[in-house]
Design a protein. Structure first.
Length: 724
């Protein structure tokens, strides 16, 4: 599928051309504040440089949501999804032995968490998961994390939550799932660059323009980004860590072995909003990447892999209509057609010198998705929602220029939910209930050298209730129950991963029963949420070590009952001097391989994790609400500098050593990050302000691991300059 590579460069060229053409005359629309989200799900709003911290709202279904606006100094230039999620609360991100960055929520693995990119479900492909490090967020408007018992309407195979990226912007707000922030009318250009003391760099440039033709408002955006790194810096004591093979850890320059990356990415977006509530959008994003895969330094037989070429294009065509003021019965309908095209070349080498290639593989992917959703009724009263999702997955793999095996899978999901208020129980309680049903299914028309499996089906359901305690709604109790299933991916059933795995075509669905209950409180300026959760998965798909042809390999099996229970806590406490934010997850994740078998620990599931951050500014320290202002020594007026410190802690974890078939321990670790943001103002006709961001990551040079044998980067200093 060489067209995917060509399409990437067409996107990049178009993004560059549109960026040059952005500053054009436009018709300025009315300015206004962002509308509040129309649903009742809690959203924690992460701040801009001088904006209030994340906010907590209400939930009738017990699920909570974290919303991160991305037009902020917190996001580095040319970002990817993994960069942003590593700074998000209650989410664990780790790099696996294939070099892919994967999420985990409440004990749910990466294949149980869906990723939607502008309505396109990226996790319905060959592997039912996506590498977060190659999902570009350049040009994205917002990022939303639905954790736990999310809606049934996001599509199939969702047990652990949803990560949702919104690309489309509108001057009016325009869609049923609109961005949390509207762009300001008129042309704008955003540029930025970052330089690390190890020599790595990132650059990007975005542009946006809007105009009106008749009764239609048009918004066009485009951007181009690039990043390059010769390798990750390592903590100085990594070579002294027990159980690591020194030659697999670092190269001759002391950088993490085979951790270099080069990437070019871009996007184009066009959106139209009509006066009668009709809207449409076209968004296309792409990247072209070359990178290494750091080997697992704790095993005698690691993967010596490199990706000499990895590229992908994501296209979404979406549109819909809202009937709000024009109808006595508010309603909305929208549809998204998505297309993913990807080419990946993978080289396996003989040893850590990366000179002799022993095997090559070329993967070609094409996934087409269709999602139709609708809403009938007022979200503040009784509302009915429904959605249909369909995905057609095609994957071909083989040696470059040689014969290839073809695989195909079709997945679908049809669901509906209703939410309604009930009569008050006493003067201080306002109940609201909701529930829904969903039907998921899959078929496998192509299975390479194996006989295709028959159709698989599963029924899911969800019910929730919330109580507003007190007339002001300062306290809300909420809870929910759900049943969902996950159908195994083509890769889980049929891939050998270059001899690393033994295929298992007989895998069946995982079935999850989940419950949660919590309390959300607003005490003056402070906002708190605590909830307890329980999840149990029957026929859980786990990887086990088996002997095959005289050697130990891994295989996936429907073997276990996986049980997770725990507690989550979120807090936001702004004071006159400092803004505090904190999150904490306490969990116990265990698996049992059958009746009478002793429980075992699950891989990469820490019992405790969390973060705490404190942010302030010079004006706050001085006890003034006004910006610092005033010229610096250079004559450049200074804004109000903002200072942030964040500490993240991850408790003890365990991983399976495939050679020994035993669990290994990963010690608990903590990482301290510091950040300073300094706004500067200029009297220039080209730009009026810029933000200088100085950041120190892992200040204490702590040794920590994403996975057994894969250390995380050490102390890293970086300096960014961004023109908003």
């Amino acid at each position: 599928m060489a067209g995917a590579s060509a399409a990437v460069w067409i996107v990049l060229a178009g993004a560059f051309a549109s960026g040059l053409a952005m500053p054009c005359p436009v018709h300025a629309a009315q300015d206004g504040d962002a509308d509040q989200a129309s649903d009742t799900i809690p959203r924690y709003q992460l701040p801009r440089i001088i904006v209030a911290p994340r906010r907590v709202t209400l939930s009738s279904g017990g699920a909570s949501v974290v919303t991160l606006p991305l037009q902020t100094g917190r996001v580095s230039p040319s970002p990817n999804l993994a960069d942003v999620l590593r700074d998000a609360p209650l989410v664990q991100i780790r790099t696996n032995s294939r070099g892919e960055e994967q999420p985990s929520l409440r004990g749910a693995g990466s294949r149980q968490v869906a990723v939607l990119f502008d309505g396109v479900p990226l996790t319905l492909g060959w592997d039912h998961r996506t590498d977060l490090s190659v999902v570009p967020l350049q040009g994205a408007a917002s990022l939303t994390i639905h954790r736990g018992l999310s809606s049934l309407l996001h599509g199939p195979n969702i047990l652990g939550g949803v990560v949702e990226v919104t690309m489309a912007e509108s001057l009016r707000g325009g869609s049923d799932e609109a961005s949390p922030e509207r762009p300001r009318p008129g042309p704008s250009t955003r540029m930025g660059g970052t330089l690390e003391h190890g020599g790595a760099w990132r650059l990007d440039a975005n542009g946006r323009a809007g105009f009106r033709r008749g009764r239609v408002d048009w918004t066009i955006r485009g951007g181009l980004g690039a990043r390059r790194s010769s390798g990750e810096l390592l903590p100085p004591d990594v070579r002294e860590a027990p159980g690591l093979v020194d030659s697999y850890v670092a190269d001759a320059d002391g950088l993490r072995l085979n951790s270099d990356v080069e990437r070019v990415q871009g996007f184009l977006s066009l959106r139209a909003d009509g006066a009668d509530g009709v809207w449409g959008a076209v968004n296309v994003s792409g990247h072209d990447t070359q990178r290494g895969v750091p080997p697992e330094a704790h095993t005698a037989e690691p993967r010596f892999w490199r990706y000499p070429d990895q590229n992908e294009v994501i296209l979404s065509l979406s549109g819909g209509r809202e009937w709000e003021e024009q109808s006595a019965r508010p309603a909305a309908i929208s549809a998204t057609l998505g297309l993913q095209l990807g080419d990946t070349e993978l080289d396996a080498f003989e040893n850590e010198a990366y000179r002799t290639t022993v095997e090559r593989q070329r993967d070609e992917d094409a996934t087409t998705t269709l999602r139709v959703s609708g809403r009938l009724g007022d979200p503040a009263a009784t509302v009915v929602r429904g959605a249909f999702t369909f995905a057609d997955v095609f994957h071909r793999e083989g040696e470059p220029g040689g014969p290839a095996e073809a695989f195909g899978q079709r997945l679908w999901s049809l669901g509906s939910e209703i939410e309604t208020p009930l009569p008050s129980v006493g003067p201080l309680v306002t109940p609201r209930v909701g529930g829904g049903l969903v039907w998921d299914g899959a078929s496998t028309p192509l299975a390479g050298p194996w006989d295709p499996e028959g159709d698989l089906h599963a029924l899911g359901a969800r019910a929730g209730v919330s109580f507003l305690l007190g007339g002001s709604g300062d306290f809300t109790a909420h809870g929910a129950l759900s049943r969902r299933a996950r159908i195994p991916s083509l890769r889980e059933m049929y891939s050998g991963a270059l001899g690393r795995f033994l295929p298992n075509p007989d895998l069946g669905p995982e079935v999850q029963i989940a419950a949660e209950a919590g309390l959300t409180a607003r005490l003056g300026a402070a906002e708190l949420q605590g909830l307890t959760f329980f999840q149990e998965v029957e026929d859980g798909i786990v990887r086990v070590s088996v002997e095959h042809e005289g050697r130990q390999v891994l295989q996936r099996m429907n073997r276990d009952r996986v049980q997770a229970r725990g507690f989550e806590f979120l807090a936001s406490l702004p004071t006159d001097r400092i803004e505090f934010e904190a999150d904490l997850t306490l969990q116990r994740v265990r698996l049992r391989a059958g009746p009478g078998v002793q429980e075992e620990r699950a891989e990469y599931e820490p019992g405790i994790s969390g973060s705490v951050s404190a942010a302030t500014s010079l004006a706050r320290i001085r006890g003034s609400d006004a910006a610092v202002g005033g010229p610096a020594a250079s004559g450049v007026p200074l804004g109000d500098p903002r200072f942030t410190a964040e500490y993240r802690y991850v408790g003890t974890q365990h991983c399976l050593d495939p050679a020994l078939g035993e669990m290994e321990r990963i010690d608990a670790s903590g990482r301290l990050d510091l950040r300073t943001e300094l706004p500067l103002e200029f009297r220039s006709r080209h730009f009026r302000s810029l933000v200088v961001v100085a950041r120190a990551r892992n200040v204490t040079n702590a040794l920590s691991f994403d996975q057994c044998g894969l250390p995380r980067p050490g102390r890293t200093f970086e300096l960014s300059v961004q023109i908003p």
